[in-house]
Design a protein around this ligand. Structure first.
Ligand code: SAT
Ligand code: MN
Length: 590
């Protein structure tokens, strides 16, 4: 008698027709075998899937080159297929579920011919956690199988957890023939199913990540009373040894990974990492909000990562413990057999090979590493890993940070007056765009709670869900907006960022622990300069003031833009959000 899981795998094999089916157990031995297959047998275009790097300098590290058209998430090909279109909301592409299935069946027929179907059983969250979910993903490429082993808890335990049940999270993935015209990332929230074809890129292909842990999980969270968020989770230890935990939501490539592993510029403070991308937030029996990171790996942007910007990440990448570490679409130094990217410490090596495997021509003005080139590394390699990482119930959250990249308008840090005001801060959050998704860089995009591309249902209902969560908590965390990216009149960043961001975190802790006051502005509470620890920094007073400036005249266009954005959710937008909008306009007297 076969289990529902076995039957499901058989059905998918009938459709996709792989030559072999291989059930993964998540062991290191198996990872070595898959790397071996990807280094000698499987190719993408002319390149083998994996190329071993200098094992002395980068232990257990391999280079992967993707298909040249397959370098980032493809939001325009990502669909959330609720039965009722309004449930997907204006924030998602929608297709009627039966129609979407028909299309995927057509594209998937025979798509694994000549290949192996890898069956990947994994849990998001620690298997012993009441909040974890058991999942199975199918894929036809060793790169995805190995990446999923780094990013999730892949083991037989997931199969045991599923047992005879048909209720497990299903992911079907095939790279197809990488044809961007036949690339779709389809979500079926009510069936807990993600079906993705045509891409091997992280967020499109590692289905436990954005697809399940945010899009599908946010929908589960709405029904079950919890939140799936695009947030880092970290512990901040003060000089007395006390640790407060916070989460922070920021759009892709705004420095979330750097924040999660921050090396404090203030003596006595230390950051402990729990997660760099996704937080599942549940209300505990004590009425506080608890966070777990459902993932076990870091899928970070390589360019800009250096001993200066994120020393702990370099140590993580060079650690030997967990096998293996992957570099995707970085440049390559053939003389030393090392990966390379823009911003890495040291001089630019001669004769680099670019991310597509061609000699890099410095004259052409192109980047050697793709701007969205990535590393995939186990969080267990991190020297800053929190001892609470595997705690099944997670950590209690004292503050939630909502941020984005804004060169104008938004102060370095602002505290919300209360939960509802904080939710509105998150709703109006915006960010200047980055390379993590295929779209133009440097354009302002409203991105509520940094969840716009990841909320698996109508965002109007999502705002309501946030408001409801606040009402259910006895001790809700305080909410803050942060912006490290404000520029001066010459267009230079005023705030030094990186390890210096601890100064802002310290102020937040001081507020949470009722140690300092604050100054009210139309946007909320900002620090009195005397309470911000600026020792050792050399920022002229006028520039410091600019960091916190709220000039009502500048806000006119911003308010109009927010209003236009909110109008998209008409019919589902909570009254409380409109009330907050009116209150902000009134305070700014616009
Ligand atoms: O979506 S990914 O996880 O691949 C990268 C990102 O946007 O954070
Ligand atoms: Mn992300």
């Amino acid at each position: 008698m076969s289990t529902p899981l076995q039957k499901w795998v058989e059905e998918q094999a009938k459709l996709t027709q792989p030559d072999n089916i291989y059930w993964c157990d998540g062991s290191e031995e198996e990872a070595r075998k898959l790397i071996d297959i990807g280094s000698k047998k499987e190719r993408i275009g002319e390149h083998f899937i994996f190329q071993a790097l200098n094992q002395d300098k980068w232990p257990n590290a391999y280079l992967h080159r993707s298909h040249p058209t397959d370098v980032a998430r493809t939001e325009h090909l990502t669909f959330v297929c609720h039965n009722n279109k309004n449930n997907s909301g204006p924030n998602n592409n929608w297709m009627q579920p039966d129609e979407a299935k028909k299309l995927m069946m057509k594209l998937s027929a025979g798509c694994m011919k000549g290949k192996t179907m890898y069956v990947l059983p994994y849990t998001m969250g620690h298997p012993d956690s009441p909040y974890s979910k058991a999942c199975v993903q199918l894929t036809d490429v060793s790169y995805v199988a190995v990446s999923m082993r780094i990013m999730t808890r892949m083991s037989k335990k997931a199969i045991d957890k599923i047992g005879e049940s048909a209720d497990f999270v299903k992911g079907i993935h095939s790279v197809g023939d990488f044809d961007p015209e036949k690339r779709y990332i389809m979500h079926f929230p009510d069936e807990h199913l993600v079906w993705s074809i045509g891409s091997g890129y992280g967020g499109n292909a590692l289905l436990g990540k954005k697809c399940f842990s945010l899009r599908i999980a946010s929908w589960l969270g709405l029904q079950e009373g919890w939140l799936a968020e695009h947030m880092v989770i970290l512990g901040i230890q003060d000089p007395k040894g006390k640790i407060n935990y916070i989460t922070a939501a920021m759009p892709s490539a705004c420095g979330k990974t750097n924040l999660a592993m921050l090396e404090s510029a203030l003596p006595g403070y230390k950051i402990w990492t729990i997660g760099d991308d996704i937080a599942w937030l549940n209300i505990g029996p004590d009425g506080r909000l608890y966070a777990i990171n459902p993932e076990t790996g870091l899928f970070g942007v390589a360019p800009g990562t250096s001993l200066k910007t994120n020393p702990n990440m370099l140590h993580t990448l060079k650690k030997k413990d967990f096998y293996p570490t992957l570099f995707t679409n970085t440049a390559f130094n053939p003389e030393t057999n090392e990966p390379w990217w823009e911003g890495l410490d040291g001089p630019i090596p001669q004769n680099l090979i670019d991310w597509q495997g061609k000699p890099w021509n410095t004259q052409q003005g192109t980047k050697a590493a793709h701007p969205n080139s990535r590393f995939t590394v186990s969080i267990y390699n991190s020297p800053t890993l929190s001892k609470e990482f595997d705690n099944p119930i997670g950590v209690p959250i004292s503050a939630i940070i909502l941020g984005g990249k804004r060169t104008q308008l938004i102060p370095l840090v602002t505290e919300a007056l209360n939960w509802q005001h904080g939710v509105f801060m998150g709703v109006r959050n915006g960010s200047e765009t980055t390379a993590a998704a295929i779209h133009k860089e440097g354009i302002l995009r409203r991105d509520p709670m940094a969840m716009l591309p990841f909320c698996g249902y109508n965002m109007g209902d999502y705002f309501q869900h946030w408001l409801n969560m606040g009402k259910r908590m006895k001790h809700p965390p305080k909410i803050y907006s942060v912006n490290w990216f404000r520029v001066d009149d010459e267009g230079k960043f005023i705030w030094p960022g990186f390890g210096e961001n601890i100064r802002v975190l310290k102020w937040i802790l001081d507020r949470v622990n009722n140690k300092v006051g604050a100054r009210e502005t139309p946007l909320g509470l900002v620090p009195e300069l005397k309470d911000l620890d600026l020792k050792g920094l050399d920022i002229p007073l006028a520039k410091l003031e600019k960091l916190f400036q709220v000039n009502p005249l500048d806000w006119k266009e911003e308010l109009q833009d927010i209003k236009k954005f909110l109008a998209k959710f008409e019919g589902n937008l909570p009254q409380e959000i409109l009330t907050e909008y009116e209150s902000l306009s009134a305070k700014l007297k616009i």
